[in-house]
Ligand binder design. Structure first.
Ligand code: GLP
Length: 240
């Protein structure tokens, strides 16, 4: 695991992602607020440096169950609003788990099959939850887990309520998420964490034991994982 401490995480992340985009890679996209500056930097490079995503495809990590894709906070809509509608990737090539499927277990299997059929994810962008979750794999998620329906931890409901007018009651409890084993199959993992709210999670995932109590710690087992953090998120790391 490579750990990069920088005051420009979005630039470091965009530099890595750009090399994959120029190779027409399959991109793994994350939602949440952390990757937004990176997406803005990539949009800038698209507009100013002719960085083209036309030959790429993209797979999202997760989706809320029961939110229609027309809902502003569905990840289907979020990724289009914040990123993919502002670059030249064809919309049909932006895939996400079907949170409205009648059978969400089957929808999970279908999603894993779609990733496989696309040749796998080349570069996966990740954020991390304050409780160490990646995608929506909450503490206790099996390292062997695949795309599946699961439930949110109360802390995540609280953290994500800011996207739902601050009202925890409006946050869906059920989600469809890529599993940890699915994520680990991506060829390069890039996890970005910024701000002091993430310092405990970053210390646990980098320095702690590989343990399902901190799902992100599984990255220690990946052959090519890069963790990009700012000073605030790095504050509790043992080696700085
Ligand atoms: C959500 C997403 C995760 C994301 C996490 C952190 O729960 N499912 O993919 O990494 O939140 O979000 P943020 O970057 O807004 O702190």
């Amino acid at each position: 695991m490579d750990v990069i401490i920088t005051n420009q995480p979005e630039k470091v992340a965009a530099d890595i992602i750009e090399t994959f985009v120029r190779d027409n890679a399959t991109l793994g996209l994350a939602t949440g607020s952390t990757p937004l500056p990176t997406y803005r930097e990539l949009i800038r490079r698209h507009e100013e440096k002719n960085l083209s995503f036309a030959q790429c495809q993209a797979f999202l990590l997760d989706e809320y169950i029961g939110l229609p894709i027309t809902h502003e906070q569905s990840y289907y809509r979020t990724i289009r609003r914040e990123f993919t509608s502002r670059i030249d990737i064809p919309d049909a090539k932006v895939h996400s788990p079907n949170g409205m499927a009648l059978d969400s277990v089957a929808a999970g299997h279908d999603y894993d099959a779609a990733i496989k059929a696309a040749g796998g994810v080349d570069i996966q962008i990740l954020g991390v939850g304050t409780d160490g979750h990646i995608a929506f794999n909450e503490p206790g998620s099996a390292f062997a887990s695949r795309t599946r329906p699961t439930s949110l931890h109360p802390q995540t409901v609280k953290d994500n309520s800011r996207f739902f007018e601050g009202d925890e009651a409006k946050v869906p409890r059920r989600v469809l998420t890529q599993g940890l084993a699915t994520i680990m199959e991506a060829r390069h993992l890039v996890l970005i964490a910024t701000g002091s709210g993430k310092k405990e999670a970053v210390a646990a995932l980098v320095d702690g034991p590989v343990d399902t109590a901190c799902p992100a710690s599984v990255l220690q087992r990946h052959p090519h994982a890069t963790v990009i953090v700012d000073e605030a998120a790095a504050a509790l790391l043992s080696k700085k």
